[in-house]
Design a protein around this ligand. Structure first.
Ligand code: CP
Length: 311
């Protein structure tokens, strides 16, 4: 694997999921692969799971890890041909090449502004590093995608599914802040790549990018959508059409024991209790959010393993 910026960088998704499940059984089996290799992780934004699970994955493979919170470094410039006489001290052209000399793989987290749709959609930070770095790039959540999360979600569903073709529903849930569409986008793409019965439910105005959802059924009635669901993935996202706006925070969309019934409850975390989902669900036996978070290690580890094999 030469890069992992979207789930489509995986050649065979079902096969990769099975490989990740095997890695989980024997996580240190490939410790020699990463010896004398370094992962540099660049964080433009906060993280708990991505930071720790990706570091753990790299260490399971024998890699060294260096982490830079980018806000602690020089202000980076991304525009080509700009006169750098304001706040930016260093251009990504030099930064990406310099970091590539210290790293065998670079992983990047860079959220969207949620203010400039065109700029966010262009993935200017991730793509600038992909363009100017000389080593493989891993997306640890960019403006529009979170492919490591989606792979962990697919691993979790595969581990727990009892039917050949389970019913999986992605449900919008309320949240007080404007959140990106990245987790939902990557989850939709991943579910389209698996043999499952998949649908989306959200209030009107929260339609995701139609280039991503394609012909996935969308319901504006959450109760109807969740009927007989095996897995329900709750996630808030801000409006894509009215870009970055919180249109409303209708608490009727909060996931409850009543609405979920026997379905397994999924969320990428962090989650706001009794806003996105009620305590009774999160603390109940059908919540699989902790297993999802564990599987973040093995989604990162299978991706890093495939990259190390290709170096
Ligand atoms: N799910 C996820 O990406 O968690 P963090 O933001 O804590 O990394």
């Amino acid at each position: 694997m030469k890069k992992y910026t979207t789930i489509y960088d995986i050649d065979n998704i079902p096969e990769t999921i099975q490989e990740a499940i095997l890695l989980k059984e024997n996580p240190f089996a490939h410790k020699a692969l990463g010896t004398n290799k370094t992962l540099v992780m660049l964080f433009f934004n906060a993280s708990l799971r991505t930071r720790l699970s990706t570091e753990k994955a790299a260490k399971n493979l024998g890699m060294d890890v260096m982490i830079l919170n980018v806000n602690d470094a020089w202000n980076l410039e991304f525009e080509e041909g700009t006169i750098m006489n304001l706040n930016s001290s260093e251009h990504v052209k030099e930064a990406a090449q310099v970091i590539s000399q210290y790293a065998d793989i670079i992983a990047i987290r860079a959220f969207p502004s949620l203010e400039d749709k065109e700029k966010d959609t262009s993935e200017w930070i991730l793509n600038s590093f992909t363009k100017h770095a000389t080593v493989p790039i891993v997306n640890m959540e960019s403006a529009t995608m979170h492919p490591l999360q989606a792979l962990a979600d697919a691993i979790t569903i595969t581990e727990l599914q009892k039917k050949q073709q389970p019913k999986v529903v992605l449900s919008w849930a309320p949240h007080p802040k404007a959140l990106p569409q990245a987790v939902a986008n990557s989850f939709v793409k991943m579910m389209q790549s698996l043999n499952i019965d998949f649908s989306i439910t959200h209030p009107e105005g929260y339609e995701l990018d139609s280039e991503i959802t394609k012909n996935v059924p969308v319901y504006y009635d959450q109760k109807e959508a969740l009927q007989d669901a095996d897995f329900v993935y709750a996630k808030n996202w801000s409006s894509y059409e009215s870009y970055g706006k919180v249109l409303h925070q209708d608490s009727n969309w909060m996931l409850t024991k009543d609405t979920l019934k026997e379905a397994k409850f999924m969320h990428c975390l962090p989650v706001r209790r009794n806003v996105v989902v009620e305590d009774a669900v999160l603390d109940g036996e059908n919540s699989i959010v902790i297993q999802q978070a564990l599987n973040r290690v093995f989604s990162a580890q299978i991706v890093l393993k495939k990259m190390l094999e290709n170096l």
